[in-house]
Unconditional design. Structure first.
Length: 638
């Protein structure tokens, strides 16, 4: 549960006031006019990024409801209980932010819910505002509401921004009709009816969920699409000075998008991504279908049966040489559940960028080539010469532009390994749009031993930290401490991430939270109480179970030398790092035993000794085989 639940009403209001102030006003402003573009998803993003109090990210609906409950409660208790009325929101709070921010944001949310220009009237707006404030109307206004004091709050916030940020709040024109309603409406470049169309736009433009789209590309795409599909109000926003606010609003929605959209046939659709892993230095491709919350847990169609892994994806399925034509021409899989049709699809393409991802280890397909990190690229033979010429222009001198063609690569395709884009080229050849170099800064937490889909990793096995789009002079910090990022975009020293607790990674205005947790074992296992784990020299005492001890080096495996109902003792001739126990009824348990980091000796991987080869194969099978041990191949142990 969120730490918000433990706060008082005053603290909750201060939290939201601060969250919105930091999200909208604590950025490096390229434009000096600021829009308070409130929507359910911008509330969720602002809440997640205000990390002082927030422990777990709220869903879009949870964030919106909590915000409405907190601010409406504050309105009823403060405004309706005191003669000062809206003047109670004057002044600054304990964080130095104007107290009125959260209240004005709620007024913008009421405007966001207005669907058409015909509703821009006092009779349409104020009833919506009263409903969201959870109070009655007195005349045409919500009880306790004063238009003069309302306008003063907007002016107060504008003056504070000019004084402290050298920026201005977006304000309506002086001759604006219905000027009090125009105050919140100015901050709603796209209303709910247009926002609800954005998933179809994201799918049309080929954006990925959670992506921060390049501003220039997003502007070009939304002008082409929006002028055909937006309402008249949305089209007007694209044509005037609100366009930059529209771009910011769309990026908010994209950051929270789960990949679902309604296609032209009215079916619920999601995409099928491609994942690339390397096993024994050989490429291994799989289809990776998305599984949005509304999709069925089991996706059955004529071709296959998919099962959700509970983390927003269906389990990967093998992609072989014979699937080359499917990748080139595109495909779709359909099923029906509860009278609703669901479709998983992949559009036709000539090139596929495979980049590090926070969802899986290995490399996952995306619609652009991130700047500054090594990626892999699949290119179809139809456009090989254009692709190679383009990659030579944008990639670094140490990029490998000698494509791989073998039976492990889909037929008709070639794989470019370790391509690192270091130059942005706007003229991307037709058919190679997925190779557009994206310079937006992002933080990728890849691999490690992750606990479910939470931002938590086991102690001793933190994720690989990768920074994309990092430009010269930009500083990366962990918990406020500057750290060095290698030329390949990765954090060289993981010592900052070894200590248990919550850590914050920051690059400019981008911030991600992660947690390192100590391994825990349930207090009971069947009918036996679990004894503590003890490590004494070469002997490890463990609770009852089918335990195996492994070291950091392939081939280092030890089994129990003594078993009883009270527990297990394992004698190890090597430095024990992990204890793995697998039960068909309760699943896998993994315990990190070492007190410091241990890394494999690569020289031990290359041997002609048959017995050693067998031991190495046993060690790797224990790690990779899902039927006999927890999987590590794609998402860490689970």
């Amino acid at each position: 549960m969120s730490h918000l639940n433990a706060l008082s009403l005053s603290q909750k209001y201060s939290f939201w006031n601060r969250a919105l102030a930091e999200y909208f006003f604590s950025k490096d402003f390229n434009e000096r006019t600021i829009y308070l573009t409130i929507s359910p998803k911008s509330l969720a993003v602002a809440c997640a990024k205000c990390t002082k109090y927030q422990e777990n990210q709220l869903s879009t609906q949870e964030a919106q409801q909590d915000f409405i409950d907190v601010v409406s409660d504050a309105y009823r208790r403060r405004v309706l209980s005191y003669s000062a009325g809206l003047r109670v929101f004057c002044g600054e709070d304990e964080n130095g932010f104007p107290k009125c921010i959260a209240f004005l944001a709620l007024c913008v949310l009421a405007a966001y819910r207005m669907h058409s220009d015909k509703e821009v009237s006092a009779k349409a707006y104020y009833p919506r505002l009263a409903e969201i404030l959870k109070c009655n109307l007195e005349g045409i206004y919500p009880k306790g509401f004063s238009t003069e004091e309302f306008e003063k709050l907007w002016l107060l916030l504008n003056n504070w921004l000019q004084r402290t940020k050298s920026a201005s709040l977006a304000m309506p024109e002086n001759d604006a009709r219905k000027k009090y309603i125009a105050l919140p409406l100015t901050h709603v470049p796209l209303r709910q009816v247009d926002i609800e169309k954005l998933p179809e736009f994201f799918a049309w433009a080929g954006y990925n969920p959670g992506q921060i789209a390049p501003t220039n590309k997003l502007k070009e795409d939304i002008l082409r699409w929006g002028n055909s599909y937006f309402t008249s109000s949305g089209k007007q926003a694209l044509a005037d000075k609100r366009l930059k606010a529209v771009i910011a609003q769309i990026n908010n929605e994209l950051e929270m998008w789960d990949g679902e959209f309604n296609d032209s046939y009215g079916r619920r659709s999601a995409s099928v991504e491609i994942i690339l892993d390397f096993v024994r230095r050989q490429p291994l491709f799989s289809f990776l279908p998305k599984c949005p919350d509304s999709f069925p847990v089991s996706f059955d169609c004529k071709e296959l049966c998919l099962e959700s892994n509970g983390e927003g994806w269906y389990d990967p399925i093998s992609l072989t040489e014979k699937n080359g034509q499917d990748l080139r021409e595109g495909f779709s899989w359909a099923t029906k559940s509860n009278n609703t049709e669901f479709v998983l699809k992949r559009e036709s393409c000539s090139a596929i960028t495979l980049a590090p991802s926070s969802n899986y280890t290995g490399f996952v397909s995306r619609r652009s080539l991130p700047y500054g990190i090594a990626c892999n690229i699949l290119v179809h033979e139809d456009c090989m010469s254009n692709a190679k010429e383009y990659l030579e222009e944008v990639s670094s001198s140490d990029s490998d532009l000698n494509p791989i063609r073998n039976k492990r690569v889909p037929s008709g395709w070639s794989l470019f390994r370790n391509v690192k884009a270091e130059r942005c080229e706007t003229n991307v050849p037709i058919g190679l749009e997925s190779l557009y170099v994206e310079s937006t800064v992002d933080i990728v937490l890849s691999g490690g031993l992750r606990l479910g889909k939470k931002s938590a990793w086991l102690s001793g096995a933190p994720p690989r930290l990768i920074i994309t789009g990092l430009q010269e002079g930009q500083q990366t910090k962990i918990d406020g401490i500057p750290v060095t990022i290698s030329e390949d975009g990765t954090l060289a020293d993981l010592s900052h991430l070894m200590e248990p607790g919550v850590h914050f990674i920051e690059v400019g205005s981008v911030c991600k939270k992660m947690e390192i947790v100590e391994p825990q074992i349930n207090s009971t296992h069947g009918k036996h109480n679990l004894n503590p784990i003890h490590v004494t020299g070469s002997h490890i005492a463990l609770p009852p179970g089918n335990w195996t001890i492994i070291g950091a080096n392939p081939g280092e495996i030890a089994q129990a030398t003594y078993e009883s109902q009270q527990g297990v003792i394992v004698k190890s001739s090597f430095q024990a790092v992990w204890a793995i126990e697998v039960s068909w009824t309760s699943g896998a348990r993994v315990v990190y035993l070492a007190k410091s980091s241990h890394y494999p000796q690569l020289s031990k991987l290359f041997t002609t000794n048959n017995q050693m080869r067998t031991e190495i194969e046993c060690w790797t099978s224990l790690v990779y085989n899902p039927h006999s041990a927890p999987q590590l191949s794609q998402k860490g142990f689970y």
